[in-house]
Write a protein that binds this ligand. Structure first.
Ligand SMILES: Nc1ncnc2c1ncn2[C@@H]1O[C@H](COP(=O)(O)OP(=O)(O)OP(=O)(O)O)[C@@H](O)[C@H]1O
Ligand code: SF4
Ligand SMILES: [Mg+2]
Length: 346
């Protein structure tokens, strides 16, 4: 297997707040291979955007991070801001959700591209700026006749294409796309998804695609990582995970999506936990239909489905329910929630 583009080990990110620190990313490890599209799913507030921003060194002031984050073998966490900036854009890029707030309404398309390219190639000639930009715009479906247009002259879908083209014009090796289609209608969404899917063919780019939409993951991604309360609870080949999910949370997510399309709204019972003080052991235990006595006591590690250690490219899950043979009969007994509530109050 080739060297991963991104290799993250035990990445943690927390925000200082008056209530205490919010553990938004709580010990996450994964790798992304060259040309691979990894989908990242999970309920609102589970830490997806924080993880995506952390990978690119774009965390807000007040956020703290540790762990190891290698880009083609180079440690991004240990780098100075200047070194990281040199990578951003040329090697690492982000596609944001709200294009209008990211595009300057007073700047023409040509000026946006000139600024982006010249920030990393200050001496690039205007003719080359135009040629490189128009090539990307053409691939993204924006005709050369729009080169001098302003952002407000584009529809929402076209603006999102512009954002994608701006992220790609520097030919980054790794792109984080955070909910890139949420604000778009279904038809435009489908076009954008196709563009993202074609990325690796046209640009040989690896992509972390953050979305609430499991349908998009199924259509677009090679692998999928499921996040719950700051942790990756299941990761693997997208088809394998969709066909045979191992983690109860993944199963519930899939069930709620399928039901949404057929029977109407069916959300996962219970609320996502408070990340200042998440539940002990497996963070999902208060909502898990399969919870056992061991679940609130010890945190299950992310291990390969076959029970061995997690490896680059393996299909992994963090759930005691997949390892019952290693548990005592007492640990395997179903969790009695009333007793837990009384014990909590005592
Ligand atoms: N700047 C911040 N300061 C304090 N807490 C923050 C900050 N940004 C995010 N958080 C908290 O960190 C946790 C993770 O937030 P994040 O935005 O990463 O989640 P998400 O999975 O992207 O959610 P969504 O699906 O709604 O976009 C949440 O509990 C959120 O409230
Ligand atoms: S470890 Fe226990 S509580 Fe957590 S998902 Fe598995 S069975 Fe449910
Ligand atoms: Mg988000």
């Amino acid at each position: 297997m080739s060297q991963p583009v991104i290799d993250a080990t035990d990445v943690r990110v927390w925000y200082g707040t008056p209530r205490g620190s919010v553990k938004a990313v709580d010990g996450v490890s994964f790798a992304v291979q060259p040309g691979e599209i990894l989908g990242l799913v999970g309920e609102s507030g589970c830490g997806k955007s924080t993880l995506g921003r952390a990978l690119l060194g774009l965390l807000p002031a007040g956020a703290k991070m540790d762990g190891s984050l290698l880009f083609k073998g180079e440690d991004l966490v240990a780098m100075s801001d200047k070194e990281r900036f040199a990578h951003r854009g040329t090697d690492l890029a982000m596609i944001f959700q709200e294009p209008l707030t990211r595009l300057n309404p007073l700047m023409r398309v040509s000026e946006h591209f000139t600024e982006t390219l010249r920030s990393h190639h200050p001496k690039m000639r205007a003719s080359e700026v135009e040629a490189r930009s128009l090539e990307v715009l053409r691939l993204i479906g924006i005709p050369p006749s729009r080169w001098k247009a302003y952002p407000h002259e584009f529809s929402g879908g076209m603006r999102q294409r512009l954002m994608i083209a701006l992220a790609l014009v520097l030919r980054p090796a790794f792109v984080v796309a955070d909910e890139p289609t949420t604000a778009l209608d279904v038809l435009v969404e489908a076009q954008i998804i196709k563009i993202l899917h074609d990325l690796r063919r046209n640009f040989d780019t690896s992509l972390l695609l953050i979305t609430h939409n499991l349908g998009i993951i199924a259509e677009t991604c090679d692998r999928v990582a499921v996040m719950y309360a700051g942790k990756i609870v299941e990761v693997g080949d997208a088809r394998t995970v969709f066909r045979d999910p191992q983690h109860p949370y993944t199963r519930e997510l899939l069930r709620s999506t399928i039901t949404l399309a057929t029977d109407g709204l069916n959300s996962i019972p219970g609320a996502p936990p408070d990340l200042v003080d998440p539940p002990p052991g497996c963070h999902f235990h208060p909502r898990c239909p399969d919870a056992m006595t061991i679940c609130p006591q010890f945190e299950p590690l992310l291990l390969a489905r076959d029970g061995g250690p997690s490896r680059v490219g393996s299909d992994d899950v963090a759930c005691w329910g997949t390892r019952t043979a290693a548990l005592t009969p007492q640990q395997r007994t179903p969790l009695v929630r009333e007793e837990l509530a009384v014990a909590d109050e005592a």
